[in-house]
Ligand binder design. Structure first.
Ligand SMILES: Cc1cc2nc3c(=O)[nH]c(=O)nc-3n(C[C@H](O)[C@H](O)[C@H](O)COP(=O)(O)OP(=O)(O)OC[C@H]3O[C@@H](n4cnc5c(N)ncnc54)[C@H](O)[C@@H]3O)c2cc1C
Length: 485
């Protein structure tokens, strides 16, 4: 009698190393490796840039699985229907997956567990994506945290994360019943990449999605930008951060792997980074963990203000201003550089994410959800936890949020973190001819400097769409209408 296959359902864990569901599945006989492009109405569809990434990542995963002797079965549809049908058709006894933490995914997993158990299949789920499960880190009273610092202290007290698991040496492929083979799709069938127009040239030039790309990115970071990360991470004009975020988003690498690689490199003197740099970097991974903690305890994080007083916020929601912000044509060079970096590469430096988000919410008085939605569509790392948590944090309505009245001044921020204007010139080439004294405030440039640089304001580069003082005052007035806590 042939052994009944086990089903491994890949989701946000597109890797073979340190994949606990995969490791456990190896004990259950031949394997069906599955990915479902979820088109059910309950789930928020991933954005266009993330679709591009997913396409490349699935190709890499599919090749890696094939190289080990396995096969990645790709389907499209609603997992609530597809999975039980597949389990029955293939006669699977065991179903395994790594957990996801958004409300819709948790609801789906719960109902699938019940359906599959009733059909006689065992379901096992694992943690591949976080250092700690969101429910493991609690206050002394046993509740969730609202502040990052005590959260991270408690998370550190949970101890070292488990050592990462190796990738399996080989995979035993289960034979697919013909009815299932007929449904199998290729990555190309999913049509995840843009064609008309093909706007992904900048993404292709910037990124190498997949597990190998993630490993190389981490190795490059340990050898390079980790050195001085603690102080240098705020500089968008330099390669100052790891750029691991899209790899983490799709689970091509897990935080346990990063954690242990950092500690090992530090212990062996294999990185020029200091203990302080490593601690700061781990704390950034901590912010990611905290975002998942918030998402788990607030499933509507992308829709509802954590601070419900903000439900009454008199947002202006000016469509023309939002369009200028999206296009990187606000007249504020650091804002425009960030928005164009996002459009061209699918990524934006963290400091500039903060500046652009603050500008939209405060100076343009736009509901943070409009910005969150744009980032969701254009970021390759668009993340169901970090994106809404960060937007709420900037808006002042999130957990541990910067107070609403703290309004970033984009000129001061630009001059501080891009002092030579190199970042601005890279993404706003119209301003190439302006020197550092005026590149962040072109409207103050002397007429002869503008003429030498070949710039006519309002023609070659926009005049500011809002005056900073007036925008700030308008935001503070709007905020003052909310009832005090
Ligand atoms: C408005 C706004 C929206 C954001 N949206 C996202 C998003 O959709 N997806 C996303 O991964 N990050 C988001 N961030 C957080 C942060 O900007 C990115 O994680 C970071 O820029 C990624 O670059 P990196 O990998 O080089 O970071 P590094 O500095 O190298 O940090 C290492 C890792 O730590 C995590 N991390 C770092 N900073 C943060 C943070 N503030 N919050 C949560 N995790 C963090 C990321 O996983 C990152 O890859 C957002 C921040 C803001 C202000």
């Amino acid at each position: 009698m042939t052994a009944r296959p086990a089903l491994l359902w890949f989701r946000d864990d597109l890797r073979l190393a340190d994949n606990p569901a995969l490791q456990a599945a190896l004990d259950h006989g031949p394997l069906i490796c599955l990915y479902i492009l979820d088109s059910s109405a309950e789930r928020r569809p991933i954005g266009a840039a993330a679709r591009w990434w997913l396409s490349r990542s699935l190709t890499a995963l599919s090749e890696a699985i094939a190289a080990k002797g396995g096969e990645l079965l790709i389907l499209r549809g609603g997992p609530a229907e597809l999975l039980p049908a597949l389990v029955e058709l293939a006669g699977c006894r065991h179903v395994l997956w790594n957990r996801r933490y958004d409300g819709a995914a948790i609801a789906l997993d719960k109902s699938l567990k019940a359906t599959l158990a009733a059909a006689g299949a065992s379901v096992e789920s694992f943690n591949a994506g976080l250092l700690n499960e969101p429910w493991q880190v609690t206050t002394k009273a046993g509740g969730p945290f609202r502040m990052f610092t005590p959260y991270w202290r408690a998370a550190r007290d949970c101890g070292e994360p488990a050592a990462p698991l190796p990738a399996p040496a080989a995979l035993t492929r289960a034979a697919l019943p013909p009815a299932l083979r007929e449904q199998a799709l290729t990555v190309a069938d999913l049509a995840l990449e843009p064609t008309a127009p093909d706007w992904a040239g900048g993404l292709r030039a910037t990124w190498s999605p997949g597990e190998d790309g993630a490993r190389k990115r981490l190795a490059g970071f340990l050898d390079g930008a980790l050195d001085g990360y603690r102080d240098g991470r705020d500089r968008p004009d330099r390669p100052s951060t790891s750029r691991l975020s899209p790899h983490l988003r799709f689970g091509e690498i897990g935080p346990r792997q990063i954690w242990h690689a950092l500690q090992a490199a530090l212990a062996a003197g294999r990185t020029p980074g200091s203990a302080g740099d490593v601690e700061k970097f781990l704390a950034e991974l901590g912010w990611r963990e905290f975002s998942y903690h918030l998402l788990f305890h607030n499933p509507d994080l992308a829709e509802d203000n954590l601070d419900r007083r903000f439900d009454a916020m008199p947002w202006l929601n000016d469509a023309a201003a939002l369009a200028a912000w999206r296009a990187g044509r606000t007249g504020y060079p650091i804002v425009d550089a960030g928005m164009r970096e996002l459009w061209q590469t699918g990524w934006m430096h963290n400091r500039v994410r903060m500046i652009t988000a603050s500008f939209l919410i405060k100076h343009l008085l736009s509901d943070w959800r409009a910005g969150e939605a744009w980032f969701w569509d254009t970021l390759v790392d668009a993340d169901p936890a970090s994106n809404p948590a960060s937007w709420q944090w900037i808006a002042g309505c999130g957990a541990d949020a910067a107070p609403y009245f703290r309004v970033f001044n984009p000129v001061i921020q630009g001059e501080k973190f891009d002092p030579d204007g190199a970042y601005v010139r890279r993404f706003v080439p119209e301003l190439t001819g302006l020197d550092a004294r005026v590149v962040h405030r072109p409207w103050e440039a002397p007429a002869d400097a503008l003429a030498r640089a070949g710039i006519v304001l309002g023609r070659d580069y926009p005049r500011p769409i809002v005056a900073l003082d007036a925008g700030r005052r308008r935001a503070l007035d709007a905020f003052s209408t909310l009832r005090p806590e």
